[in-house]
Design a protein. Structure first.
Length: 197
């Protein structure tokens, strides 16, 4: 568990106390059979994949990890240096976090992994257990949504379940579960929330 207002991406956090309850809710939304299960190797995803798909091998892919927050990992958003955070907030798609990644870096590695997964898929559904930034990146790529708009267009909460089905004209997207948390999450300095109100 991490406190609200802390920046984290690839830090390997423990699962929350509500893990079992949340996993049970997610399991209710899943189809009956899967041909393969892919997951980020970070515990908050890999443990969920093992819980949701008992008895199936979980294929861990580093490319499915959340954005690498570099020097900002596990630091309070409100304590990050203004000279670093302001340019990044203005263009997080292209500007790298010091010692970490930009959103385009994440998108590039995730897209390669997505193409490999789709290429290896057979007729049975494939499950991908990953992070919010990863899921938004995949959805942006499939829908032609500019990355800068992906957080606004795809409002995804922890534990969301999105079904993607190949169709004649691209991919059909259905949100099967997406419960908003009781308390709003914080993924940028509080001053930027005030500016956007």
């Amino acid at each position: 568990m991490v406190s609200k207002g802390i920046c984290y991406g690839q830090t390997d956090l423990e699962v929350t106390e509500s893990f079992e309850e949340e996993a049970a809710m997610i399991a209710e939304c899943l189809p009956a059979a899967f041909g393969a299960v892919y997951s980020s190797p970070l515990r908050r995803c890999s443990m969920l994949a093992e819980r949701l798909f008992p008895g199936m091998p979980v294929l861990l892919r580093e490319q499915l990890m959340e954005i690498h927050c570099g020097e900002w990992e596990m630091k309070a958003w409100d304590e990050l240096p203004k000279e670093e955070i302001e340019p990044w907030m203005a263009d997080f798609v292209n500007i790298r976090i010091p010692g970490g990644e930009s959103y385009i870096d994440l998108h590039t590695r995730v897209n390669r992994c997505w193409e490999e997964i789709v290429g290896a898929a057979r007729n049975l559904p494939v499950a991908i257990v990953a992070h919010g930034g990863v899921i938004r990146s995949i959805l942006a790529g499939l829908t032609g949504t500019p990355l800068i708009d992906s957080f606004r267009v795809f409002s995804l909460h922890y534990g969301c379940v999105v079904r993607l089905q190949a169709a004649a004209e691209g991919w059909e997207r259905t949100v099967l579960s997406n419960r908003a948390p009781a308390e709003k999450e914080q993924h940028k300095p509080s001053t930027f929330y005030k500016k956007s109100v």
